[in-house]
Design a protein around this ligand. Sequence first.
Ligand SMILES: [Zn+2]
Ligand SMILES: [Zn+2]
Length: 176
Amino acid sequence: MRIDLTDVLSQDGNTQEESVTLDLTHFRRGRGEHYKLTERSPVQVSIRHEKDQVLTIKGQCRVSLQMACARCLTPVRKDLELTFEHQVDVLHPGEDEDELEMSLCIQDGKMLDVDQLVHNEILINLPIRVLCKEDCKGICPVCGQNLNEGACSCDQGQADLRTAAFQEIFSKFKEV
Ligand SMILES: [Zn+2]
Ligand SMILES: [Zn+2]
């Protein structure tokens, strides 16, 4: 969902408070990483026009993503509490990376894309990988057995086969 900034930008010192529903249903990162947002709270956004089209944008929301254990691929729910504060010069964004990212969330100089903003916040806050539990034993690279559920009877010496089987399972999972 987008917020129209026309009013708040019309005069220095103006403020605007919004509770916005997210349309965002999925999060993407890098090479084919793709996670579903299973839950999302409304985004509380507070905007202040400091002066000369410079805005301070604060907000918070909660989202839950469905990730997968990095060792055994079991679904893992990851909850994130996002709080953010950015300053952006709407007309002349500076070189600062944070400000540039923020300026890309403002379309036509007046529409704040809250979905894109929250997507950026997830990117900053999401861990690279999650585990279903600290001591997850992973899956057998030969037969795919989840070793948390019990040992298998594979010959652990078949190094080449192991890698191949694991990658096959992993690529199948990623296509889902
Ligand atoms: Zn696991
Ligand atoms: Zn096995």
